[in-house]
Design a protein around this ligand. Structure first.
Ligand SMILES: Cc1cc2nc3c(=O)[nH]c(=O)nc-3n(C[C@H](O)[C@H](O)[C@H](O)COP(=O)(O)O)c2cc1C
Length: 244
């Protein structure tokens, strides 16, 4: 049955359209929040290095990229992980107080935070890690094996526990809403999409498997990465692991 009234999704799209007659009208002020999230008290910090890599054929990666959900036991190396993190959110230009990244972001605000559930990465303890952007460093948020919890949070999708690692992206809403107000929500999801595609192409270039995941219990994912689910919300996941 087609609903009479538009649902929240349609109303959101209508209410956040830019219109010539109202563009620039004053609206509510949203609090400004720090540009970068950092865990200064993290019990472990691991600076990452990105070694220069052989050029891969972008066109071949585009052609060969697939969502792959079956992974081998082989752990990821730290070098592979660093390359994947760099592809997702590496800094490629520091200019005018901005740290520009491999993926575009509306207003260069970068409201998307990258966390990693490390299941099998050589040299990295199991647990939830956060990527600190300015130092390209992983910060330990919570130690321990979260394979089962993550697969359960992902509606029982097993590959979230059998992959070597799972990228978890959250959105810090006010970082973008302070500028774009309600329309920012559109941009935050677009940002996450760009980031995930970078990750998938990098995984393809490295001969690894990757699968994006949008189906998850938001609250359970937010609990795992220890964010409040109001100001910082779960957006998107991607499992990675060895294949072939
Ligand atoms: C926003 C989004 C959410 C997705 N969520 C899931 C998911 O929860 N589980 C899953 O197995 N695949 C998920 N996928 C992967 C799609 O099923 C996959 O991209 C699609 O079947 C096309 O296949 P391809 O990526 O190999 O080209 C998602 C993809 C996108 C873009």
């Amino acid at each position: 049955m087609i609903p009479d009234e538009p649902g929240v999704g349609r109303r959101y799209l209508q209410e956040t359209r830019y219109r010539r007659e109202s563009l620039g009208e004053p609206g509510p002020a949203y609090p400004r929040v720090p540009r970068y999230k950092e865990y200064p008290e993290a019990p472990q910090r691991l600076p990452l290095e990105t070694a220069p890599r052989d050029p891969s054929d972008l066109w071949a990666c585009l052609r060969e990229r697939r969502s792959l959900r079956q992974y081998r036991e082989r752990p990821l190396s730290l070098e592979e992980l660093a390359a994947l993190l760099w592809a997702a959110q590496g800094v490629t230009l520091a200019s005018h107080n901005f740290l520009f990244r491999t993926a575009p972001s509306a207003g260069a605000l970068y409201p998307v935070e990258t966390y990693l559930a490390a299941h099998r990465v050589t040299g990295l303890d199991q647990g939830i890690w956060h990527l600190h952007i300015p130092d390209f460093t992983l910060e330990l948020v919570a130690a321990g094996d979260c394979r089962q919890a993550l697969a359960a949070a992902g509606l029982g999708q097993n590959f979230l526990g059998t992959g070597a690692a799972v990228f978890i992206w959250t959105g810090v809403l006010n970082r973008a809403m302070a500028k774009y107000r309600e329309r920012a929500i559109r941009y935050i999801f677009l940002d996450a999409g760009h980031i995930c595609q970078n990750l998938m192409l990098a995984a393809t270039a490295l001969g690894l498997g990757c699968c994006p995941v949008g189906a998850f219990f938001d609250h359970e994912v937010e609990q795992l990465v220890q964010v409040d689910g109001r100001e910082e919300v779960a957006l998107y996941l991607a499992a990675v692991g060895a294949v072939g």
